[in-house]
Ligand binder design. Structure first.
Ligand SMILES: [Zn+2]
Length: 300
């Protein structure tokens, strides 16, 4: 206690003294002029390791963020992280909030703005069926997160750009007539393929700015409503599993071993032949509780 009192006394004495001597430093003198009654705040707190590493990692994500510097803002009582390139040019600056540190402690990336905007880049090619699937998938995520996560469609510069691609020569139908046996074997096959891909294309620190999702359908199927002829329907049983899976990748969710979960590692692969009758029963996958909890934690 004695030391603290002594420190305050010295600090106050210095202010009084400072008022009498001519200003040496332009910035200091201006600060004094704006509010001379302010007693100096205690010295800048020492950042803990989490804050230091947050700033280092943040800058390493930012283009031109070679140098990181922590600054303390007395009025906000928070640290700021400033990233600059080798020539000292400012590349990014962010306030480090307690929430940021909590999320960083769990090594997460997160969408910064809400609603998250999206655009279907080649809507005509995707066709009515797949556009419907994408919109249903977005709704499912909104519902799972209790409306805390929201999506909004835009015409340009969207956070998530979704597009459709088609693979050729993936479907084949074989008719094998074996006269001696008197049986006609008919088989339909599709090649093993990824049904979708997702990439986060722009991160600023831990904040996701942009992502791309590609949904992959089979070429050569006509777009008819409801009866499963869409190239996106084949192998998906009409579920939105792949769409939800890829969109959740853009949130930074990885794969899980939980076979009930929509993030199960095999959901984006279509390794099988045409679904046999009954194979679709129970094949839908859920946005599991772990994902829901994380969405509520990060965006709530
Ligand atoms: Zn995946």
């Amino acid at each position: 206690m004695r030391y603290t009192n002594a420190f305050v006394f010295v600090a106050v004495a210095m202010v009084l003294l400072y008022g009498c001597v001519p200003a040496v430093d332009e910035t200091n003198s201006q600060e004094n002029k704006t509010d001379p009654t302010i007693v100096p705040e205690p010295a800048t707190p020492i950042p803990d390791n989490t804050t230091i590493y947050f700033c280092k990692d943040y800058c390493s994500f930012v283009q031109g963020g070679e140098n990181d510097k922590l600054e303390y803002n007395q009025s906000d009582k928070s640290f700021f992280c400033t990233c600059s390139d080798y020539s000292g040019e400012l590349a990014a600056k962010t306030e480090i909030t307690p929430r940021d540190l909590k999320l960083y402690g769990q090594k997460k990336v997160w969408w910064e703005n809400m609603p998250i905007t999206y655009q279907i880049m080649n809507e005509d090619e995707c066709g009515d069926y797949e556009v419907g699937q994408i919109n249903r998938a977005l709704e499912k995520i909104e519902e799972a997160a209790d409306g805390i996560v929201k999506f909004a469609e835009v015409d340009q510069d969207a956070n998530i750009e979704l597009s459709c691609e088609f693979i050729k020569d993936c479907y084949s139908k074989k008719i094998d007539i074996r006269k001696e046996e008197g049986i006609i074997y008919e088989s339909e096959e599709i090649c093993s393929h990824a049904a979708g891909t997702a990439q986060i294309t722009k991160l600023e620190g831990f904040k996701i700015k942009k992502a791309k999702v590609t949904l992959i359908g089979l070429d050569g199927f006509s777009e008819t409503s409801g009866n499963g002829a869409s190239g996106f329907y084949i192998g998906s049983c009409g579920h939105t599993t792949v769409e939800v899976h890829e969109i959740l990748h853009t949130f930074g969710f990885g794969h899980t071993n939980n076979s009930q979960s929509v993030m199960y590692h095999q959901t984006e692969l279509v390794p099988y032949t045409i679904q046999k009758e009954g194979a679709c029963i129970g094949s839908d996958r859920i946005i599991d509780q772990e994902i829901i909890d994380e969405l509520l934690f990060v965006y709530g």
